[in-house]
Ligand binder design. Sequence first.
Ligand code: GLU
Length: 287
Amino acid sequence: MPQETVTRFAPSPTGYLHLGHAYSLFLNHDSARKFGGVFRLRIEDIDQGRSRPEFEQAIFDDLKWLGVSWDGPVVRQSERFGIYQDAVADLAARGLVYRCFKTRAELSAIASAPHGPGAKEPLTAPLPPDEEEAMLAEGKAFAWRLNIRAAMDTLGRREIGATLSDETGAAEERSFDLAALDDAVMARKDFPTSYHLASVIDDAAQGVSLVWRGEDLADALPLHRLLQELLGLPAPVYRHHRLILGPDGKRLAKRDKAATLRSLREEGVSPDEIRRRLNVGAEPGRT
Ligand code: GLU
């Protein structure tokens, strides 16, 4: 018997939802409902500086208005910091993350330096133990970065595979070069987890089998697959959808007030009209 499809919607309560969110929401919700699957909701509120209770409430109001219901409990990332920290500690114990003391200014100086870094030269690297000790003794702030070289050694290969599917369910296996990845930040002092780490841990915790999100996140796929392999998490199928553009041809952002669901609702636009405007259900075979 084929496994049931579990999809999810994972907004960040850092602004009001707009038409782009509604598009992602409908695709995920409708595909779960159409095929007898499960639809999960997750509030991605790891950025405690930008997340606001009123934006979270607005997410629930918008979903109710759109007639969207979800299955099981709402997962709220701010309640799961201990779980992410345990994962960072596990990666640290296995030598898969290292402390990076570089400031943002130092990092941008390296990136814009005329002769470096070359394609193969990493922007950051683990410090020798004595230098690291000295930085810690000085109380310098650091970020935990994933050590891509150590990860490749652990896996014993340089590639990572992913399954991508299109709307028809046709799946395609892809392989990505791990050496092309940066040593991404997994956590910082004031940020107990990065989006990437929390996202893969929670997709697994919520049993998500299909991650269907905007094509702006397509570049995160190899890193997410790598984290799943390193943490022993199952690999969902991935699908990317087009981005909804504003009248200026640029992708919608939270600052585009006119496209927020709440302002459309206040203007008297109906949920059916939103679906029509987004052309949900009339997607081309592959987005
Ligand atoms: N919280 C992310 C956003 O609102 C969603 C990322 C994802 O779907 O993995 O853009």
